[in-house]
Write a protein that binds this ligand. Structure first.
Ligand SMILES: CC(=O)N[C@H]1[C@@H](OP(=O)(O)OP(=O)(O)OC[C@H]2O[C@@H](n3ccc(=O)[nH]c3=O)[C@H](O)[C@@H]2O)O[C@H](CO)[C@@H](O)[C@@H]1O[C@H](C)C(=O)N[C@@H](C)C(=O)N[C@H](CCC(=O)O)C(=O)O
Ligand SMILES: Nc1ncnc2c1ncn2[C@@H]1O[C@H](COP(=O)(O)OP(=O)(O)OP(=O)(O)O)[C@@H](O)[C@H]1O
Length: 492
C-alpha cells in the first residue's frame, strides 16, 4: 500500500519528502520483533520499555519508515514525529486494513463488570437469529467461528484492525476495557452500538481516581458512528451521569433502569424464577435471565436492548434467551449428588463478590462457604472491601492464592495473613494452596450449602498447586469426581 493512503488522517509534526510519500508499505509493527522488509515501525513509549530504544533493531530488520514521539534526526530511514504513537498506530492500522469496522455491525461493551457476560449473551441471541458474530474479549477472540487465544481484554489497535479485517462475520462485539480506551486500542474503530454496564472501584492503581476511570470509559462513546446508539444502565450512579452527559452531547441514548425516564424501564426482578419485567413505550414484556443473580439480569437487559436495536424482534430475543447455555467461569453451577452447589465465578471486585454471595443467599443457600484470593500486581485498594464483604456475607471463608504475577509466594501469603488478622473474623482461614482450599471447602459443605469459588473463573492457573490441576473447574471435577465437564445447571 502507498504511504500516502496509509497516512490519511494522521497528524504529523514534520514534513515528509515526495520520495517518502511514494514508499510501498508491506506491513506495520509496534514491536521490533515483528518487523520485516518494507514495514513501518511505530515506536511506543510503554510501561515497561520504550519502543524508541528498538528503532535501530527495527531498521536492521527492514523497517523503511519509523513513526515515534521523540524529536529524532539522522536516522537512515525517514522518520515521522507524532503527538501520540498509540493513536497513530490505530489510524495507520485502520487505513492499512481498509477500515474493517465500517463494513460490520459493530458493538462495543464497556463497564467494570459484565462485559464478557453481556457480550456472550448478545452473541448467542444474534447467532440464534442467523447472524455471525466475532467476539474480541477476555476469554478468547472468536473470528469466523474459530477461537483464538486472547492475552488482553482489548488487544492493541493493530491486532484489533487485523482481526476485524480477517473476520467474515457480519457483526463484531468488542469488550472495551478502560486500559484499552486510555491506550487508544480502539482508535479508528467506530461502533453502531456502545454499551455501558456499570462502574465500580477497580484499576485505581492505573487510573488513580474514579473520575479518571469514568472519563476513560466515557471515551468509548466518542467512537459511536453517526447514527449509533448508546445503551446505558442508569441504575448505576456513573451510568446515570454518563447518560446525561451523552444526551447533552446530542447522542442517541437508550437508558435501561428502574427510573420512569428509562427507554427500557425495569418494573421488577423475580429472582426465584430468574425473570425480569420490562416496559417500553407503555408495553410490558417478561424476559428470562439465563444466568442467576440480579447482576446477571442487568447483563441480560443490556444484551436484550442491544439485540432489539440490532433488528431482532422481542419475541425472538425472548426465545433465544431460553436457549442460552452459559459462559465459562461466570456463575457456573455444579450440583453435587448430595445437594451442595459448587459455583465457579470470575468475581474479582468487591461489587462482583457482593453480587455473587447475595445471589446464593437469594437462592436459598443454607450456608455459604467462600474461597477467594487477591491478584498480585493488581489494584490493592479493593482487597479490604472484598474481605469485609466475604466475612460478613459468607458463613465460612477461605483466603487462598490467586495469580501471583510478579509478587512472591511468601509476600502474598503474608498479605493474606495480615489482612485476615486485621480485617477478617473467626469464620475465615488462610490456606494458600488453592486446590486444597477448594477441597477443604467442598469437604466441609453439607447438603443445601453453596461453595463459591471466585477470582479465576475460566482462567488457567498460573501457579502449580498440590493437586496438579490447571483450573478451578478441573479442581472441582477432581475433588468431586464429576468427570463430565461442569456446565451451567438449567436455571429454569
Ligand atoms: C500496562 C499495560 O496496559 N501494558 C499494555 C501496553 O504495553 P506497553 O506498550 O506498555 O509495553 P512495553 O512492554 O512497555 O513495550 C513498549 C513498546 O516497546 C516495544 N518493544 C518492546 C521490546 C522489544 O524488544 N521491542 C519492542 O519493539 C513493544 O512492542 C511496545 O510497543 O500495551 C500492550 C499492547 O497493547 C498491552 O499488551 C499491554 O498490556 C499488558 C500486557 C497488561 O497486562 N495490561 C493489562 C493491565 C490490561 O490492559 N488489562 C485490560 C483489562 C483490565 C480488566 O478490565 O480486567 C485489558 O484490556 O486486557
Ligand atoms: N452487571 C454486573 N454487575 C456486577 N457484577 C457483575 C456483573 N456482571 C458480572 N459480574 C461479576 O463480575 C464477574 C466478571 O464478569 P464478566 O466477565 O462478565 O465481566 P467483565 O467486565 O468482562 O470482567 P473483566 O473486565 O474482569 O474481564 C462475574 O463473574 C460476576 O461475578
Amino acid at each position: 500500500m502507498k504511504l500516502t493512503q496509509l497516512l490519511n488522517g494522521l497528524e504529523k509534526k514534520n514534513q515528509i519528502s515526495v520520495d517518502t510519500e511514494q514508499l510501498k508499505i508491506k506491513g506495520l509493527a509496534d514491536s521490533s520483533a515483528d518487523v520485516a522488509a518494507n514495514y513501518i515501525f511505530v515506536a511506543i513509549s510503554g510501561f515497561r520499555s520504550d519502543g524508541h530504544d528498538f528503532i535501530n533493531d527495527a531498521i536492521d530488520k527492514g523497517a523503511c519508515l519509523i513513526i515515534g514521539e521523540q524529536g529524532l534526526s539522522g536516522l537512515p530511514v525517514p522518520y515521522i514525529q507524532v503527538e501520540n504513537s498509540r493513536k497513530a498506530l490505530g489510524i495507520l492500522a485502520k487505513n492499512f486494513y481498509g477500515d474493517p469496522a465500517e463494513k460490520k455491525w459493530m458493538i462495543g461493551v464497556t463497564g467494570t463488570n459484565g462485559k464478557t457476560t453481556t457480550s456472550y449473551l448478545l452473541k448467542h441471541i444474534l447467532e440464534d437469529n442467523g447472524h455471525s458474530c466475532a467476539v474480541i474479549g477476555t476469554i478468547q477472540n472468536i473470528i469466523n467461528g474459530e477461537a483464538r487465544k486472547s492475552s488482553n481484554t482489548t488487544p492493541s489497535s493493530l491486532e484489533m484492525h487485523r482481526m476485524l479485517a480477517e473476520s467474515r462475520d457480519d457483526t463484531a462485539i468488542v469488550e472495551v476495557s478502560s486500559h484499552g480506551l486510555s491506550q487508544f486500542r480502539v482508535e479508528g474503530v467506530q461502533f453502531d452500538l456502545c454499551l455501558f454496564t456499570n462502574l465500580h472501584p477497580e484499576h485505581l492503581d492505573y487510573h488513580r481516581t474514579m473520575d479518571n476511570y469514568f472519563q476513560a470509559k466515557k471515551s468509548l462513546f466518542d467512537h459511536l458512528k453517526v447514527n449509533g446508539c448508546a445503551i446505558v444502565n442508569t441504575d448505576n450512579e456513573w451510568g446515570s451521569k454518563l447518560a446525561n452527559l451523552l444526551e447533552e452531547q446530542g447522542k442517541t441514548v437508550y437508558a435501561t433502569g428502574k427510573s420512569a425516564q428509562s427507554s427500557i424501564r425495569i418494573h421488577g426482578f423475580n429472582t426465584d424464577a430468574s425473570t425480569i419485567t420490562l416496559e417500553e413505550n407503555g408495553k410490558t414484556d417478561l424476559i428470562c435471565s439465563p444466568i442467576l443473580g440480579v447482576h446477571n439480569m442487568y447483563n441480560t437487559i443490556s444484551a436484550y436492548t442491544a439485540a432489539i436495536l440490532s433488528g431482532i424482534s422481542k419475541e425472538d430475543v425472548r426465545e433465544s434467551l431460553l436457549r442460552f447455555d452459559g459462559i465459562d467461569g461466570r456463575f457456573e453451577i455444579n450440583t453435587l449428588p448430595e445437594g451442595q452447589k459448587i459455583i465457579i465465578d470470575y468475581a474479582h471486585t468487591p461489587d462482583a463478590i457482593d453480587n455473587c454471595l447475595n445471589t446464593a443467599k437469594d437462592c436459598g443457600a443454607k450456608r455459604i462457604i467462600h474461597v477467594f484470593g487477591f491478584r498480585g500486581d493488581r489494584d490493592i485498594s479493593k482487597r479490604e472491601e472484598m474481605l469485609r464483604l466475604s466475612a460478613s456475607l459468607s458463613d465460612q471463608y477461605v483466603l487462598t492464592l490467586d495469580d501471583l504475577n510478579s509478587v512472591s509466594y511468601n509476600e502474598m501469603v503474608d498479605t493474606l495473613r495480615q489482612l485476615q488478622s486485621d480485617q477478617g473474623n473467626q469464620k475465615g482461614t488462610v490456606l494458600p494452596d488453592r486446590t486444597l482450599a477448594i477441597k477443604q471447602a467442598i469437604e466441609q459443605s453439607e447438603p443445601g450449602d453453596w461453595v463459591i469459588i471466585t477470582g479465576k473463573g475460566h482462567e488457567a492457573y498460573q501457579q502449580s498447586y498440590s493437586m496438579n490441576t490447571t483450573s478451578d473447574k478441573e479442581t472441582v471435577c477432581h475433588i468431586t469426581r464429576t468427570l463430565d465437564n461442569i456446565r451451567l445447571d438449567a436455571v429454569y
